[in-house]
Design a protein around this ligand. Sequence first.
Ligand code: ATP
Length: 353
Amino acid sequence: MKLFLKGIFNDCFKHEDSNLLYNQLSAMKKKIKRIAVLTSGGDSPGMNAAIRAVVRTGIYYGLEVYGIMRGYQGLLEEDLFKMESRSVANIIQRGGTILKSARCKEFYTPEGRKKGYEVLKKNEIDGLVVIGGDGSFKGALNLSKEYDIPCIGLAGTIDKDIAGTDFTIGFDTAVNTAIDAIDKIRDTADAHDRLFIIEVMGRDAGYIALHSGIATGAENILIPERKTDAEAIITSLQEKERRKKLVNIIVVAEGDEYGGIELYRLIKERLPNLDTRLCTLGHIQRGGSPTGLDRLIASRMGYHAVECLLEGRYNVFVGILNNRMNYVPLEQVAKRKGRIAEEWMKVVETLSA
Ligand code: ATP
């Protein structure tokens, strides 16, 4: 019967899609009794709140919940343990992830995923919740396409670079950490009449730079989504120098074509009289206690991830769009790129005049 069904799907759809549909259909009939959760890729504040929500919701519905250590790497090494309600006590306010996170080269290969599936099968895991970024979702998608294991993604990334959700777990905390740091830097910049270039995280997306820059009244915000006009920045700094406006903050996303260091070099070379400093905020943006918003969205998303598994809504990631849950098929996961509204940039330009 299984082969017959698969044959029909293969006739009707191209190979990859037929596998996905077949897995979804057979999994729909599956009774979910035991689920596992892992955190993968770069860590983000709020991952613990999401783990807690998955564990507690699973237990509420009578499921057994397993925690997998160190993402897909721990899965391949069968590093997993049964979690209880008390395993997630007192973690909602903690940054990092109690399950630890890792990147795993082997999981990119079909052989690696086969190994992962065999571990899941051996431990009778019926569904997997993956908390991570778009890379982790791709891993989950490949696994669910190849094997009969429903996967649910929760967007845990400080970069907010995933389309289909207004929030990702950790973004709000990272922005607030950056705001706190930039405010402090502005105090010292003001005392010494300095220009500060502050580099914030965001390899592919400029959301942290944009949000923290607007919220701290930065004079310029440089993001990868927009071409950086270095000449215009130099001209405007020269003009400000003439007006004796010497305190300036430029917030640069690390993925901007110049980045902090290049921009610093250029300004030093072209405007040697300006007292210019560079500060790279770095990993402080990943750590720290999650904000109320991050705890809230992580709790909602974690709860709905388990509901998805129980309702047979498989192989999706759980987002929040216009304050409603939004379930995006893992197939359609896309990096949110180049979509920063012109309106936002207009606000920056108008307010920093
Ligand atoms: P961040 O946004 O913080 O970078 P991420 O989840 O995008 O998080 P990645 O390093 O891209 O981080 O992916 C995490 C892990 O997911 C990888 O180390 C790998 O094990 C798995 N993974 C990523 N892409 C794939 C893929 N195409 N196929 C299989 N596994 C993948």
